[in-house]
Design a protein around this ligand. Sequence first.
Ligand SMILES: C[S@@+](CC[C@H](N)C(=O)[O-])C[C@H]1O[C@@H](n2cnc3c(N)ncnc32)[C@H](O)[C@@H]1O
Length: 249
Amino acid sequence: MVENRIEDKKLFLVGVGPGSSRYLTDVVRDVIRKSKYLIGYKYTLSIIRDLIIPNFHQVYEVTMKNQDETYNEVYKKMRENEFCTIPFTGDVNFSESEVVDRLLEIFGNDKVELMPGISSIQVAASRAKVPLDKARVLSFHITEDIEDKKRELVEVIQDKKSVVLVPRPWNNSTEKNFMQSQIALYLKNEGIDTSKLIVWVFEFLTTAEERVFRGKLNELEDMDFSAMSVLVIDQVRRKTYLEFDRDYF
Ligand SMILES: C[S@@+](CC[C@H](N)C(=O)[O-])C[C@H]1O[C@@H](n2cnc3c(N)ncnc32)[C@H](O)[C@@H]1O
């Protein structure tokens, strides 16, 4: 018997890309089509709006505040052979674990299938031409303490690695923000020469409002960016295969 058959699963946690429905994969489209229940934040639901069938799908728009209630309500409502899909912006496996872990708890690990999507991080890395295997990918968009991650950021930059990160916007408390301007000031105070580092900021990736800023890290001190943004600190040193042992080929 094949274990983990997709038909046995009740809940699909799927990445739907950073904004444009053109970044939705076909396998994710398929599970959305067969799921009676769809639960998501406003922005994420808007990415899949063209797939919603009014007489079939039951759609729940949630916020960070009321989501737990809805997840429990739908879990209780669901019958055998019914499916629920929860779309996540970008990739479900990047910077979503606080919600994913709660859903594994409610629905049970074996009833949940995760399906990857294209992350805002991947799109930003592509736009900046920064290879992810030579960069450190960091998310500050978490509610837990970020002090360790901030120190890691300093070390990675001192190690001459590139960084691709999502900053931390915080709704009601600006002192918890760790947006581009705070990042630039923090790194300067940690002794990094921010006037030398090349940065990119990508806002609203893959949407009609997409914008890019390219400059030096110290320029970010006085700049405001949307919460929907990715920061790339670009320390790439390009090396082609011509520089390495050619006996390999
Ligand atoms: C909780 S994290 C989720 C990241 C998501 N799972 C991903 O893979 O892109 C949310 C943050 O991702 C970044 N993000 C998501 N979509 C974006 C987009 N279209 N353009 C720029 N940044 C985006 C923003 O920094 C946003 O605040």
